[in-house]
Design a protein around this ligand. Structure first.
Ligand code: C5P
Length: 413
């Protein structure tokens, strides 16, 4: 998925490191944040300096690292005040068990915890990425402290699950650098779909002819996955029903159901449709499937010239079935139209054919498999073009559009 370099443009991140072996990942995180357009001020606890040097962190962030509350370089000698007033967010990664305990108690006996306490909560929210051994994470004291810092307004990112530096396996790994960067990007997105349930279909379908062959298409799933990510960033509970694609599940997507055929996609989507606030059908569903699937590979017979003939049968139209099954005053349905020409005309025809209030047109050959696209929003009243851009930016714009429409629907009598 394309990552625009401007995702964190204009954001100033106060990046705090407490002690832990996961400090090594923060070198990469610093690079990624800066590559995304952020400026980064690093602050380290004394324990953190045992794991990675301030020299490394200064070189990567291009700023002197803050190490002590008695730092005489600060004209007013108040690093804990200055750093938080300039920042849009304070991210502590790694956050050790000890640091979380300090936060929970409101202690302020060294620069990092002092700074977290001195933050203006509104303008400098606190994000915390725990990193510790699984027993430390599972300990009731840590769990109590994590619950307390959440109650006090901190956002806890992760931890992940997996191999640990100590050789054990379990919960407590710090999220990877790219995951933390994506969490930060998501954090800054407006929560336009907070609490909404959104189901998205994505990718192609694959209709088997025999165990090794089938009918499919060039859809990569990138547009649908970008919409899933954008909806999750906007605070929605997202279910992603995906045909065969090679894409990782976007962070924040609650549930992913992988399917192969149109019938499987239909079976996965229909029972859940009525419970959704929004259904977006981006999948390029095969219109037909072989009427029979051959149990074994169809073989070329020696001397036989004629190619085998396949009888095709029509697949169910998932979007039309959803639109007919749900109460459309509660579930907002959006379809896609992938065309090769006359986009507006075909998209408009699809509004009626599918029975949905919004169709998003795009030129299939120009976008399948690519990281960019251009959209044409068509509804009963007119059209709006969203010009060419990366798919995530387009997806966010579409989410804004859908959020505005459902808000209007619920607020106008
Ligand atoms: O009819 P057409 O395939 O052009 O319609 C495209 C729209 O309908 C897309 O939103 C697609 O996801 C959806 N669709 C579907 N089930 C089908 C065919 C299309 O949900 N069998």
């Amino acid at each position: 998925m394309s990552e625009s370099i401007t995702q964190l443009a204009g954001k100033h991140v106060l990046l705090g490191l407490s002690g832990g072996i996961a400090c090594y990942k923060v070198a990469e995180l610093t690079r990624l944040l800066i590559k995304s357009g952020a400026t980064v001020q690093v602050m380290m606890s004394e324990a953190a300096t045992q794991f990675i040097t301030p020299v490394t962190m200064q070189a990567l962030s291009n700023r002197p690292v803050l190490l002590s509350q008695w730092d005489a370089r600060e004209p007013n000698n108040m690093a804990h005040i200055n750093a938080t007033r300039a920042a849009d967010v304070m991210l502590v990664a790694p956050a050790s068990a000890d640091f979380i305990a300090k936060l929970a108690q409101g202690r302020a006996d060294e620069l990092l915890s002092l700074t977290a306490l001195a933050r203006p909560a509104q303008s400098c929210p606190l994000l915390v990425a725990p990193a510790m051994n699984r027993e430390m994470w599972a300990h009731p004291a840590t769990q109590r402290n994590v619950a307390q810092i959440r109650a006090d307004g901190a956002f806890v990112l992760g931890p992940g699950n997996g191999d640990q530096a100590c050789g054990e396996f379990g919960d407590g790994r710090m999220l990877e650098a790219a995951e933390l960067r994506d969490e930060l990007i998501a954090f800054f997105q407006p929560k336009l779909l907070a609490g909404k349930k959104v189901l998205i279909t994505a990718g192609p379908t694959f209709e088997p002819i025999d165990p090794v062959r089938g009918i499919t298409n060039l859809s990569s799933g990138k547009m649908g996955f970008s919409i899933a990510r954008a909806a999750a960033e906007a605070g929605a509970q997202v279910t992603l029903v995906a045909g065969p694609v090679h894409l990782p599940t976007p962070r924040g997507v609650q549930r992913r159901i992988d399917v192969q055929t149109a019938q499987q996609m239909y079976d996965a989507v229909l029972p859940q449709a009525a419970a959704q606030d929004i259904v977006v059908a981006t999948a390029a569903v095969a219109d037909w499937r072989p009427a029979q699937m051959n149990e074994h590979k169809i073989k070329k017979q020696d001397g036989q010239k004629a190619a085998p003939l396949f009888e095709l049968t029509e697949n169910p139209d998932i979007l039309a079935a959803v639109a007919a099954a749900v109460d459309q005053s509660k579930t907002f349905c959006v379809g896609f139209a992938a065309e090769s020409q006359d986009l507006a005309q075909h998209a408009r025809a699809k509004l009626a054919k599918k029975g949905v209030p919004l169709i998003v047109g795009n030129l299939g050959p120009a976008t399948f498999g690519r990281d960019d696209n251009a959209l044409l929003l068509v509804d009963a009243k007119g059209e709006r073009a969203i010009p060419n851009g990366d798919k995530l930016s387009l997806a966010r714009e579409l989410v804004r559009e859908i959020a505005a429409r459902i808000t209007k629907k619920t607020t106008t009598p």
